[in-house]
Design a protein around this ligand. Sequence first.
Ligand SMILES: [Zn+2]
Length: 303
Amino acid sequence: MPELPEVEVVRRGLVDHVVGRTLVSVEVTGARTARRQPGGATEIVARLTGRTVSGARRRGKYLWLTLDGEDAAGADCLLVHLGMSGQMLVTGAGAPPVRHLHARAVLDDGNELRFVDQRTFGGWTVVPMAESRDGSGVLLPAPAAHIAADPFESAFDPLAAARVIRRRDTEIKRLLLDQTVVSGIGNIYADEALWRSGLHGRRRSGAVTLRAVTGALEHARAVMADALDAGGTSFDALYVNVNGASGYFDRSLDVYGRAGLPCGRCGTAVVREDFMNRGSHFCPVCQPAPRRRSGARRRPVVR
Ligand SMILES: [Zn+2]
């Protein structure tokens, strides 16, 4: 699953190679690629052909292209779902077809924008833009209007987000992953941010200080910025790529995926436990687990 830094790398590549270009002809061959579009592939082709890509935008892990400079509620945009393995590639004119190529658009400079997706969870949808439900006036693709600002946006307010997290009073990692509270923090960076903060992900957010929750959000931003610095320069000039599954992105992680390896701070073996159908990785010393609740909930069963 691509995380925010990978999506941002793709967005930057699209800014360099696709923004300003007109989509001369469009072809969608993957049946699943168009499955979110009510009118299917035919409608995607009809609504994209001849239009000029005016912007490449991102909020959290959502990525979209604005069209013809129309930046208003109701205007079309191309929402790109990267899914598990979706790639937006830009190739030169006449590049040979590749496996798992599901959609392509010939650009007016002769290059070709391609959507390649091995596992076909991703796709393209042409959708109207709508105002964000947070009341900020930011325009988002309508299906993403409920998504909160991500830590890289100037509109993001870590203190306000931390207050929401404390008020919801549940496991803090669950809230870091909740895209309606703060967007773009996936499982990997939630674990990394919690390790940097010295917080166990199962700690109840209402019992963590406002300062510590704000700190965790700031760490999430910093750890993703570090990943972006490490990975943002490693793509070829004419090869815009995202592939979260292959380890293409050069990550240097402190706890995620390091179960059994020593914590970089104290040397204790990193532990992995199941959480929300995924894994949580943490140092049991630097990030002490919350104590189990006692009392009424642990009454012995009466037979
Ligand atoms: Zn440790």
